[in-house]
Structures are given as C-alpha cells and as structure tokens.
Design a protein around this ligand. Sequence first.
Ligand code: ADE
Length: 352
Amino acid sequence: MIEEETGASSELQEKESLADQDIAVSLRPGEITEYIGQDRVVETMNIAIEAALQRQEPLEHILFNGPPGLGKTTLAHIVAHEMGTRIITSSGPALEKGGDLMGLLTHLEKGDIFFIDEIHRIPKIVEEFLYPAMEDFAVDFIFDKGMHARTHRYRLEQFTLIGATTRSGLLSSPLRERFGIVRDLDFYNETDLVRIIKRSASILGITIDEKGAHETATRARGTPRVANRLLKRVRDYAQVKAKGHITKEVAIDALTLEGIDEYGLGETDRKLLQTIILNYKGGPVGIEALAATLQLESDVLIEVVEPYLLKIGFIIRTSQGRRASEKAFRHLKIPFKEKPDTQGLFEDMREK
Ligand code: ADE
C-alpha cells in the first residue's frame, strides 16, 4: 500500500494532539487479521475484498459511518492494504472547490482507493462533481458561461471511493445511494477493548495485568482511540508512581487523577449532564441552547460528546431536545424528580 496525503485535516481531528496521532498510527492495525472487534463489518469486508480480488475488479464504493475513534480511517487503510492498492486521502472540509476534487480525481490510477474523511462536510457544489465520478467514472468540465457554455466529459480510471462520516444522516440521498457498501461501526464491547489495550501495551512494551486492562477498558467509552490514549496516561503514572507495572489500582488512581470517572466520563460530559439537570430541570433542552450554555460547537456536542452518553442511557433524545435520564441524576448524586410530561414520551432517535 502506498499512502498519499492530500488536503488539510479537519477541525475535529485537530482537537487530537500530535502525540496522540503518532500513537494512533503506530498502534493502528495494518492488516485485517490484526483488527479486533466490529466482527460483522470485518467479515463482510473480508468477503467483499476476496470477491473483488478473484474477479480482478476494484471494490465498490464504501461508506463507513460511526462516532469518532472507532476505526473508520483504520479500516480504509486496511482495505487498501488488502487490495494491494494505493490510498489517496482527503477530507470533506479540505475539498472547498470543485477544482480541488477534480485535481485529485483526475490523478487517480486504476484500483486506487480515494478516502474522504468527514464526507458529510463536502460543500454541495463539490458533492455534485462526485456523482458522475462515482457512477460513471467521469467528470464534466464546463468551459465558458451562459449561451457559450460547453462541457467536456473527462474519463477517470476506475477507483474506489471510501467515505467516512460521523453523521450519515447529513449525507444527501444521491450521495448515499452511490455507495454499494455501507457499514455502521458501533461502540466496542469491553472484551474487545481489553484485547486492544493488551495489544497496544505489548507494542509499546508496557506491562499491564488483566484487571488493569479491564479497568482501563471500562473507562474508554467503547472507543479504541480513547483506550489507547488512556493507556498512555496510565503508563506515565505507572512509570512514575508504580515501577512501571499497571494494575487495577494504578489504573484507577491514574484515571481518577485525569478526571475520568468509572463510566469513562470526563469534565465535559459531567458539565453537559449538570447543565441539563441544573439549568434546564433535567430537560428537554434543544441542542443549540445546550451548546450555547456550554460554549461548545453544537457539531462537537452531537458528533463527539453525546453519542456515548446516549449509548449508556445517560441522555435521551426526544423530539423536544435532550433529557437527562434517572441514571444520569444518580451518577451525579442529584435527587431525581420525575417530570410526567416528558417521561418516556416523544422519544425520537432521528438525526438532528
Ligand atoms: N487499535 C485501534 N483500534 C484497533 C482495533 N480495532 N483492533 C486492533 N488494534 C486497534
């Protein structure tokens, strides 16, 4: 696999430190057999890859959807590795103009994987160039304007587009429909996170016992990227305070010091729950009002902060906004008062 990087990285990715990115790259599984978890996704991708290789054809276009840190980019690199092709990467926000996309598309070689991270952030006018590129492997150049306008259809090599998104609900239907394979990535279970932590510990030369790995996994928000980040913090703590060996107690002490509680919630999560409970009487509260109170971008709340809180049932999404659950009240040790008008009514999981 040959990797080519193009375009700026996204705003959300920039929130990750450089050190985290280095670690993420070195710990990232390179082959499909090393990939832990997401069993159905892996199995179906394995079949699609093997079938395409047998037919000596490029893969169909693929869309990976799911919260940040679950391995969408990793899977795209693995697909390229398994297909023995190049991967050319870009991201929705980096593709500002039609020309940005054209430049990349026209340089693709047969079988190349073209990876677009955060594909839901592609501007509408750029997205429209993608339709013929995906469907007919062609782009339409337009010369002149008005009554003298002429188009020239430029043929592209047959490539595979892999899109990654945290918000598949924001993709237009014409774009979504052009992906032959759509896979949703879900949060990892504890068993898989323990395996990932042990694998990472072994790569980094860290000694961690079973209970230490377990404790780190339970606080990793179902997310390998978080698990690897926590492992690094625990490693530092163990090195300085516990002769380098990670036990359950070392993991608890290190992560408590980091402000990460037994559910894996950090300062931002607790502030979000406290705001719903204390400022909005438990909710429902609209996402924009919540974001304004917390001084966060609503996209960050929706894409990064709330998915795990929804997953563990601390937040409930209703047609009128977000509500804190009884579990969330209990976790923050705030007495729960039931509100009959909002309890369980209007539950609505639609993408907002
Ligand atoms: N590191 C990060 N994600 C991983 C995964 N799914 N499998 C193995 N190692 C990983």
